[in-house]
Design a protein around this ligand. Structure first.
Ligand code: ZN
Length: 355
């Protein structure tokens, strides 16, 4: 099997998948043939989903399936290990149906519900498009697939290879992250490359983490601030995919290498891999959000989350990091007052990461 490293770094870009291309690139280099094959399958799925997503990103309203009563409406499908072209698969459970025997089906249903309830109760937002669109999820996509995707229309989850990753429905922050890509596509619709793409990934991580914190009723201080902490398998030392804290999520892991996310502007990645570093440079605003939330204190969705939500509604598809800094600082002043504790905390947080 010959795979061009250069080609790989581009495959998977433009897809809102939870596993970044740099992780799959690492796994393709593994000395274990089975891990290599599973990584190649994950990359093939990512490129199939990318084509569809690129089209839907241009017209998100067409992708929104209305719900019967314009309120919470979940549909769970089983892809039965079929590929991307067979999506969504077999309808297993509709809104209000009893739980099934399948843990992934129940997690996809429950965590999509938590994400809906979070947006409704914290931001008075009615589903991803704010008009009650149906939340569609397919589980058991592919065989041992190491990824989860937002296609522009629906969520889909792989089962993981059982070694590096386990089933992708297990982390509520992963589910919240992917569904937030849907919210983004119906609001500022940030383009998925370079700084706007890193901001897209950033908002998905912020609200993914907040869904988990809100579900657990955790304060900022008690939260783990990890993304994907529950999907890591037994063969990796990584405790998560990403962390909002200053530390690295993993270092010198035999399978995953070292977490490449910078936490300061001076270490920003300027290469073309990962679509201009969308999953890499998101580490900079992520850390700023964490610092602001810790400084403000209490539960992060109550104030920091409100500031960030208002900012997301104000940004445009081509917003850069500087726009993010200016708009979030202004939003803090508008919501809580000029020179308020919240305003000062946001200003200080951006300064700490180099702005
Ligand atoms: Zn993402």
């Amino acid at each position: 099997m010959t795979i061009e490293k250069e080609a790989l770094s581009d495959v998977g870009a433009g897809v809102c998948c939870i596993i970044p291309p740099y992780v799959l690139d690492h796994l393709v280099q593994s000395s274990d043939a089975r891990i290599r094959q599973i990584a190649v399958d994950a990359i093939a799925n990512a490129s199939a989903v990318r084509a569809v997503r690129a089209t839907l990103a241009m017209m998100p309203a067409f992708a929104a399936v209305p719900s019967p009563a314009a309120k919470r409406h979940r549909l769970i499908y089983d892809a039965k290990n079929g590929g991307f072209n067979e999506l969504p698969g077999h309808l297993i459970r509709s809104e209000g149906d009893p739980k099934t025997e399948d843990i992934a089906e129940n997690e996809a249903y429950n965590y999509a519900g938590s994400t809906y309830n979070f947006y409704k109760s914290v931001f008075a937002r009615n589903s991803l498009d704010d008009h009650g669109m149906t939340m569609i999820s397919s589980v058991h996509l592919g065989r041992r697939l190491n990824n989860a995707f937002w296609t522009g229309e629906q969520m889909c989850y792989g089962d993981g290879d059982g070694r590096i990753f386990i089933r992708f429905t297990k982390s509520v922050d992963v589910v919240g992250h992917e569904l937030t890509h849907g919210v983004i596509s119906h609001t500022c619709n940030l383009v998925y490359s370079n700084e706007p793409g890193a901001l897209n990934e950033h908002f998905a991580d912020v609200f993914g983490s907040l869904v988990k914190q809100w579900r657990k009723r955790q304060t900022a201080k008690r939260a783990d601030w990890l993304i994907g902490g529950d999907i890591m398998g037994p063969d990796t030392t990584a405790k998560s995919l990403r962390t909002f804290k200053a530390e690295k999520a993993y270092e010198n892991d035999p399978l995953l290498g070292t977490d490449p996310q910078p936490k300061h502007l001076s270490n920003k990645y300027n290469g073309s891999g990962d679509n201009g570093g969308v999953h890499i440079n998101s580490g900079i605003p992520n850390h700023a959000f964490y610092l602001a939330a810790m400084e403000i204190g209490g539960k992060a969705w109550e104030k920091s989350g409100q500031i960030w939500y208002k900012t997301m509604l104000k940004l445009t598809s081509t917003s850069q990091f500087n726009d993010m800094v200016v708009t979030s600082t202004e939003s803090a002043a508008t919501l809580y007052g000029n020179n308020s504790r919240e305003h000062k905390a946001v200003t200080k947080a951006w300064k700490s990461v180099g702005f």
